[in-house]
Design a protein around this ligand. Sequence first.
Ligand SMILES: Nc1ncnc2c1ncn2[C@@H]1O[C@H](COP(=O)(O)OP(=O)(O)OP(=O)(O)O)[C@@H](O)[C@H]1O
Length: 327
Amino acid sequence: MSIEVRGLQKAFGPVVVCDHLDLDIASGELVALLGPSGSGKTTLLRIIAGLEVPDAGQVLFNGEDTTHTDVRQRHVGFVFQHYALFAHMTIFENVAFGLRVRPKATRPSDADIRRKVQELLQLVQLDSVGHRYPHQLSGGQRQRIALARALAVEPRVLLLDEPFGALDAKVRKELRRWLRRLHDEVHLTSVFVTHDQEEAMEVADRVVVMNQGRIEQVGTPEALYDTPATPFVLRFLSDVAPWGEGFVRPQDLTVQPHAGEGTVPAVLAQVLTAGPRTRLEFRRADGGGDIDVELPREQVQALRATTSLRLGHTLHLRAERVTRFQG
Ligand SMILES: Nc1ncnc2c1ncn2[C@@H]1O[C@H](COP(=O)(O)OP(=O)(O)OP(=O)(O)O)[C@@H](O)[C@H]1O
């Protein structure tokens, strides 16, 4: 099911939260809404869901205006950050819930419900926990069950609001990959909200970067990285420093012992190694502020053979690539 957002406008009092938004989401796409806190991501998701009414504009599902369709008629599945499973029900019953509460005429038989729930538990790779209660699962497992529960009613669209926000970094990473694989299997049009650029870039087919109620750019992770449309997008996706009339990323700088053409002198302030990459923090000697360089660890080792990496030592930075914006 495709989703089209047309001229969407929403304000809370004087604060414009969605400022004439236009967005096309193709059927089967996995799209991330990415932006800082307060940029309007959740409000846009809630309007798509039908949980919030826009002041103006439309949301179309498969070309059909749903702006005034009741949330229950939209057939959307939700997963929220704190998606409370029913504590007094088994995992099996939690997943079955949406099917059991259907009106009799459309309710599947008990045998069909059992088969369906079992299939979903397999899909989220938790088929052995159906008899347990929510408190007997880890946070990551509970979110997978929340997803199975959302999928049980065969939604036309899946909406996820910071689904992994409450989990620790390692589990988050696992669930990201898992969501990507699940989406590749199920191909359900899905929109998820995140403020974590790594999460958006790793999981989504396309990323919508939002800032103060506006869409700054929509593109594939590669396109956003290679050709950011605005300084905001570049800054939000990478830890850039100003360089002449443009910006430079930590991984686009090299370090050399002597001054050369286009180099900038900088004083080494800190060396931090995290896994295979090393971050060298510098202070520009020309008063240009702090600037970080990120190099593969082997390159730093090679550099050490010829150059002192003593803190306080002055070295020379060269930008291999500078991102500039028109006007
Ligand atoms: N029901 C409401 N009443 C008044 N203001 C609201 C309401 N919902 C959201 N806002 C305001 O709208 C702005 C955008 O909120 P929204 O939740 O859409 O942003 P967000 O990008 O999802 O941020 P976060 O990542 O912090 O959730 C914020 O300034 C918020 O305080």
